[in-house]
Design a protein around this ligand. Structure first.
Ligand code: ADP
Ligand code: NI
Length: 216
């Protein structure tokens, strides 16, 4: 199968799997990450075939919903092997899917390849800014989490296990992950875009707390 066909088939497969999903990990998240990743990847001189496959498949079986951190790489391997993709391509894309996720404030999540760093930046940008705010509350709602509870303080998780088990509020998620992302971006464009989106979230939080107190 030629490369455009592999992309098209993968696109259709992921769209079918994630359409209508209600936690902010729906098809349109994938579509936004794909577009951002291709833009960043072009500037960075990355292999855009790998970048596009990584972006399309990165949330195909996320650990947050499968309770199994190996489900994503496994589903990716099965899918790409069924298309007879080259072994090197399969391995590379699986590595991206395995490594992409944030795993707690104190846990390093370095990506080994340029293509991995590009897809990770694109995924992280979609957790920031106006869209990031919308996704955080959509995810929190799907897990029955309160918006905010002033009696519960944020935790900077030292291990993936502690991060994974946390049941905290959505506002705390900003302090536990979202506001930390701008300093963990890999690429120049990624950093610049993250800074803008970060500022917007800080303004949003200030306003949230003013309204919470009934000041505004
Ligand atoms: P990652 O793989 O880094 O977790 P994803 O693409 O799976 O990235 O998306 C994570 C999205 O889920 C983000 O938009 C994030 O805000 C949301 N999310 C994850 N955990 C929580 C949480 N505990 N509370 C609110 N939102 C969350
Ligand atoms: Ni994602």
């Amino acid at each position: 199968m030629d490369r455009p066909a592999v992309i098209q088939q993968t696109h259709d497969h992921v769209r079918l799997a994630l359409e209508g999903e209600g936690t902010g990990h729906d098809w349109w998240h994938i579509e936004r990450v794909r577009a951002l990743a291709l833009r960043i990847g072009a500037e960075e001189g990355a292999d855009l075939f790998i970048v596009e496959l990584g972006a399309l498949l990165h949330d195909i079986a996320d650990w947050k919903f499968h309770d199994d951190e190996h489900a994503g790489p496994r589903a990716t391997r099965e899918w790409l092997s069924s298309l007879n993709a080259d072994q090197a391509v399969v391995d590379h894309v699986c590595d991206i899917v395995r490594g992409i996720s944030f795993k707690g404030a104190g846990v390093a999540t370095n990506m080994e390849t340029l293509e991995g760093r590009v897809v990770q930046d694109a995924d992280r940008l979609d957790a920031l800014g106006a869209i990031g705010i919308a996704r955080a509350f959509a995810y929190g709602g799907s897990k029955n989490r309160p918006l905010h509870d002033p009696d519960v303080v944020p935790t900077l998780h030292a291990t993936f296990d502690a991060y994974r088990r946390d049941q905290g509020t959505t506002i705390n998620h900003f302090y536990e992950k979202l506001l930390l992302l701008k300093d963990r971006m890999n690429t120049r464009v990624g950093k610049r875009l993250a800074e803008e989106r970060h500022r917007y979230m800080e303004e949003y939080l200030e306003r949230f707390f003013r309204e919470w107190k009934g000041v505004e």
